[in-house]
Design a protein around this ligand. Sequence first.
Ligand SMILES: *[C@@H]1O[C@H](CO)[C@@H](O)[C@H](O)[C@H]1NC(C)=O
Ligand SMILES: *[C@@H]1O[C@H](CO)[C@@H](O)[C@H](O)[C@H]1NC(C)=O
Ligand SMILES: *[C@@H]1O[C@H](CO)[C@@H](O)[C@H](O)[C@H]1NC(C)=O
Ligand SMILES: *[C@@H]1O[C@H](CO)[C@@H](O)[C@H](O)[C@H]1NC(C)=O
Ligand SMILES: *[C@@H]1O[C@H](CO)[C@@H](O)[C@H](O)[C@H]1NC(C)=O
Ligand SMILES: *[C@@H]1O[C@H](CO)[C@@H](O)[C@H](O)[C@H]1NC(C)=O
Ligand SMILES: *[C@@H]1O[C@H](CO)[C@@H](O)[C@H](O)[C@H]1NC(C)=O
Length: 282
Amino acid sequence: MKQLSLFSILCFVLISFDGATATFSEETCSNNGVFMPNGTYDTNRRLILSYLPSNVTAQKGLFYNASIGQEPNHIYATGMCIHGSDPVDCSDCIRTTSDALIQKCPNQTEAYSWPSGPTLCHVRYSNTSFLGSLDLNPRDSITHGANVTSDLTKFMKIWEDLAVRMVDAASTSRSTPSSSDNHYTANIAALTVFIDIYALMQCTPDLSSEDCRTCLRRSASEYSGPCCNTKRGTRIVRPSCYFRMELYSFSKATFVNFTAAAVVPQPPDSQPSTTNNGNFSN
Ligand SMILES: *[C@@H]1O[C@H](CO)[C@@H](O)[C@H](O)[C@H]1NC(C)=O
Ligand SMILES: *[C@@H]1O[C@H](CO)[C@@H](O)[C@H](O)[C@H]1NC(C)=O
Ligand SMILES: *[C@@H]1O[C@H](CO)[C@@H](O)[C@H](O)[C@H]1NC(C)=O
Ligand SMILES: *[C@@H]1O[C@H](CO)[C@@H](O)[C@H](O)[C@H]1NC(C)=O
Ligand SMILES: *[C@@H]1O[C@H](CO)[C@@H](O)[C@H](O)[C@H]1NC(C)=O
Ligand SMILES: *[C@@H]1O[C@H](CO)[C@@H](O)[C@H](O)[C@H]1NC(C)=O
Ligand SMILES: *[C@@H]1O[C@H](CO)[C@@H](O)[C@H](O)[C@H]1NC(C)=O
């Protein structure tokens, strides 16, 4: 019974969102509602987004949430840059991303973006409060055309081990909900003597560990599913979490060697839901 319901949920997810791959853009505009361009909501949106670059970099944890305006034009926004970002890179990233959201989502009440540049940042806005809430949709994905390797079996063994441990690491709280260090991990693992897997996972830092785990597990399971078919490079974005893997270093993030880190005893896992069976599609 349990298996059946999880299976139907997975099918629903795959059927509903498979179409999104073809239309990937860096910005995800929600179809939850529209506003009048140049109206009060739009003015509030431009204002709150124009403050974000300086507001985010003014925070030690590089995560900022704010809201302005009166109902029905009240708008909530968050901005963050990944842990260790240079402040100039961070504010540039937030500015470019905010401008792009205004361009690409001209009248959508809700939108977000995790742009793909060397500095990873995140900007999101909505007319409803979303701080601390898990939002899996709308999601989007993009893959590189080539298969990851000719030896899929070997790749999956290495990948699933890496992904399980990364989801554990990212979902374990290690900072406050207002620091982007929370729910973040970037790792490297050897695929062959010559090729390394680079992967990065981030939930917004305001998420609970449990919600972060749910979000990243979903994305990690989709990687080998119909959207992404275990391609060489893949990004899966959701309002609450980010997932990317490539066979090259795609970010200014410091990728920690998980092979070397494995020698260090892992702290006991407080959440029994992930055993290391390397399988996300339970
Ligand atoms: C947000 O906008 C949507 C679509 O315009 C609307 O249906 C909803 O009632 C709004 N929510 C709030 C809290 O204003
Ligand atoms: C909104 O304002 C801008 C600049 O003031 C103008 O160019 C644009 O045509 C306006 N759009 C609408 C839909 O009124
Ligand atoms: C956000 O930025 C604006 C413009 O730079 C500034 O006036 C405001 O004080 C900042 N707010 C916070 C909470 O830092
Ligand atoms: C929202 O913008 C799109 C694209 O510019 C336009 O086709 C649509 O009519 C707009 N909807 C409303 C309600 O203004
Ligand atoms: C890529 O993988 C798919 C299925 O996993 C397979 O059908 C296809 O032949 C592979 N393509 C190449 C070029 O190896
Ligand atoms: C969100 O903003 C409020 C008000 O500025 C602040 O008190 C709170 O700590 C912030 N929460 C997070 C998770 O950053
Ligand atoms: C990771 O560490 C292991 C063990 O120290 C080492 O053999 C391997 O070359 C390292 N891999 C990368 C990609 O740096």
